[in-house]
Each structure stands twice: as C-alpha cells, then as structure tokens.
Design a protein around this ligand. Structure first.
Ligand code: DER
Length: 236
C-alpha cells in the first residue's frame, strides 16, 4: 500500500464518526483532503445530511466549496462537534506536531473549539517524542522584525540547541511564505529532546511577535493510524 492509500484508509475510517446534523471541523493537508472528499461524497449520496463544515484553511475552504459542503465559521459556530485533521508527528501521549502545511493557527482555533478531535495519520507519523524526527516545529509569527523574533525563539532553547529558519516559497524565488492570516512561519529544528513540552509551549507563546506554534498538546481525542498491518485507533 502506498502512503497515500494509507492516508485514505485513515481518512475514511474517521468519516465513519461523522453523523448528520453535525458541525465538522475540516482539516488541511493531503490526509485531511481525503476526509473532506469522503464527506462530500456521502452528502452527494444522501448518506449524510445537513452537515456544516468549518474549514481550517483557504485551501480546504475551496475544496469543500467545490464539493458542495455547506460552510460556516467559528463566529457562527463557536462549538464544533467533531474535527478531522492530519498531523506531521504523533507522540505516545497523542501530542502532535502540525503545521507543515502552514495552516496551524486556524487548525488550532477550530480543533481547540471542538468536542472531539480525530487525527488521521499513516504510520510514518508516529514518533517517540515531538521534534525528534529531524522535522521542524513551525511557529507562526508576525512579519514585523521577524529576525528579532526568530533570534528570540532560538535563545529560548540555547540549552538543547535550536535552529530557526524562516519558511520561504521556492516557487516564488525564495520569498517568505505568508499564511492565510498574513503572517510568517519560522521552522524550529531541535538538536535534542525538547523535554517539558508544556513549558516549551508557554515560553514560545510568551514571546511578543509569536502568534501560535505547531505543537498541539493534549488536544487530540482519537488518533487513527493506518499501517501496512491494518488500522489502529488510539483514544486519549
Ligand atoms: O499542515 C498541517 O497541519 C497538516 O495537517 C499536516 O500536519 C499533515 O499534512 P499531511 O496530511 O499532508 O501529511
């Protein structure tokens, strides 16, 4: 099975939790895309009725529109029944790294407002500890004096070694990536285990200039993992 087939299996499994009349947070990324497609398909077949979708990015908004999924936002629906989204990393306590698609702020807002947050991943996303797989932990920051903020972020983690890199767009000859909210993303790369994730999260969020980061701690209620040997469902 290819990685995308595994993503699709996890996504379809998650959509089994969707019931008619629910308000659903619609995630962003290649795994969540399959879930949004599936919801659109079930609506078309009449197997799901009167769903309201709350998209977590402009990209998902466009996809859901094209599928005819009725959409709204957190202003109209401050409580969301169920959100389905992918992740870049999942640790044994179901803490996540998200945001490699650059949509972490709206994802965290929607997923923080939901009663149930179902994460869908293929088995390659499982890690022993966050930030350990050599991948970045994204931090959304305001564009104003971004170098100052990036330096401040690195300084926070001097003791464990941290490199901060501004995320750029190769397709726009290296211009800074700009999020749906008009902000920049700094990717943090850690040499060693971050240790106390909550303390790291609080320290990052206290820095003026920081908007939000990609560690989703104690937020997932269920993680659906699709692997070569089948699907595993982990509940909080
Ligand atoms: O950007 C995001 O947060 C995505 O959900 C990401 O975490 C997972 O993307 P993928 O499903 O394309 O791997």
């Amino acid at each position: 099975l290819t990685q995308d087939e595994l993503k699709k299996i996890a996504a379809y499994k998650a959509v089994e939790y969707v019931e008619s009349n629910m308000v659903i947070g619609l995630g962003t990324g290649s795994t969540a895309k399959h879930a949004v497609d599936r919801i659109g398909e079930l609506l078309l077949q009449g197997k799901l009725k009167s769903i309201i979708g709350i998209p977590t990015s402009k990209k998902t908004h466009e996809q859901a529109l094209s599928l005819g999924i009725p959409l709204s936002d957190l202003n109209s629906y401050p409580v969301v029944d169920l959100a389905i989204d992918g992740a870049d990393e999942v640790d044994p306590s179901l803490n996540l790294v998200k945001g490699r698609g650059g949509s972490l702020l709206r994802e965290k807002m929607v997923e923080g407002a939901c009663k149930k947050f179902i994460v869908i991943v293929d088995e390659s996303k499982l890690v022993d500890h966050l930030g350990g797989s050599g991948f970045a932990i994204p931090v959304e920051i305001v564009p104003f004096c971004w170098k100052f903020t990036a330096a401040g972020l690195m300084k926070l983690f001097d003791d464990i070694g941290c490199r901060a890199e501004l995320r750029t767009c190769p397709e726009k000859n290296g211009k800074p990536f700009v999020t749906d909210n008009g902000n920049y993303i700094v990717n943090l790369y850690f040499q060693h285990d971050i240790g106390d994730l909550k303390a790291a999260s609080d320290a990052i969020l206290r820095l003026p200039g920081v908007v939000e980061h990609g560690m989703f701690l104690d937020m997932a209620t269920t993680v659906i993992v699709a692997g070569e040997l089948g699907v595993t469902i982990k509940n909080k």
